[in-house]
Design a protein around this ligand. Structure first.
Ligand SMILES: Nc1ncnc2c1ncn2[C@@H]1O[C@H](COP(=O)(O)OP(=O)(O)OP(=O)(O)O)[C@@H](O)[C@H]1O
Ligand SMILES: [Mg+2]
Length: 264
């Protein structure tokens, strides 16, 4: 049976000054199963955001195709929830308003009471109860990212696309939100594709880790299965010797091997 998400022969090239072509990546192929949490890691500029934008339907590839649930991705859809590195909340709307707006777009026939109840459930899920009426300017960075996550989950997308959602947060806040995301994903079995620079974050959250070589002409160099059980927790996962094996493999890739895949 075909996988839930299929990416075939993806290539992205831009015209560079002087008429040359900058090939960001070429011949990227991968599959993601329903309920899987995949992290993608690679050095800056290798094309991670470009791939995520293609999956979101925000960018067209130069070649190749992406299919979700058997249908080709042509443009943005409420099938896919996206969380960007910097929050993309509407500044004039409250927390409730930002999430409610998405919910109303998804289910235009719902009554106000239905929308409010649904929104509240997702506000509670990210522990933002009490901040429903605040505007983004009144929230901390971590709280804003939580609203973005609640909004993305609230439309119950087939797939969640996360572009370094915690990159701008301090370590403590980041740890707390990672724990929340892990709990939510363990509960919902949401399919997730997430970009991160943080090896420990990838080990904590993912079932599978995609390693991208350095650009230009980056390739999907390795796919690593996470051997740690899915009920892992931040506080204890480093007691498992497999944690260090995996961590060393990922770091060794980033430091030593990511350069060696460049094509002629
Ligand atoms: N519209 C565009 N026109 C020209 N070049 C582009 C365009 N969009 C992206 N690029 C180039 O494509 C490459 C990949 O960019 P992308 O943002 O996907 O990288 P990334 O892996 O997400 O990097 P980072 O980790 O820094 O976020 C970069 O060299 C970038 O300059
Ligand atoms: Mg990026």
């Amino acid at each position: 049976m075909a996988s839930f998400l299929q990416v075939q022969g993806l290539r992205q090239a831009f015209s560079a000054p002087g008429g040359d072509e900058l090939v960001v990546f070429d011949d990227i192929n991968f599959e993601i199963e329903r309920g899987e949490f995949v992290c993608i890691i690679g050095h800056s500029g290798c094309g991670k955001t470009t791939i995520l934008n293609v999956l979101a339907g925000l960018e067209r590839p130069s070649a190749g195709n992406a299919f979700i649930d058997g249908r080709e991705i042509h443009g943005p859809s409420l099938d896919r929830g996206v969380v960007f590195q910097s929050h993309a909340l509407m500044p004039w709307m409250t927390v409730r308003g930002n999430i409610g707006f998405a919910v109303k777009s998804r289910w235009p026939d719902w009554s106000r009471a239905q929308i409010d109840a649904h929104v509240q459930q997702f506000i509670d899920m990210v522990h933002l109860g009490g901040s429903e009426d605040k505007k983004p300017s009144q929230l901390s960075g971590g709280m804003k990212q939580r609203v973005g996550i609640a909004r993305a989950f609230s439309i119950q997308p087939k797939m969640l696309l996360l572009d370094e959602p915690f990159g701008a947060l301090d370590a403590l806040t980041r740890g707390n939100i990672q724990d929340e995301l892990l709990a939510i994903v363990q509960q919902t079995r949401q399919t997730v594709f997430m970009i991160t620079h943080d090896v420990d974050e990838a080990i904590l959250l993912s079932d599978k880790i995609f390693l991208m070589s350095n650009g230009p002409r980056a390739v999907l160099a390795e796919v690593v299965e996470n051997p740690l059980p899915r009920d892992r927790a931040r506080a204890t996962m480093h007691h498992d010797p497999r944690f260090y094996e995996l961590r060393n493999r990922l770091i060794d890739f980033l430091v030593n091997r990511s350069k060696t895949y460049a094509m002629a």
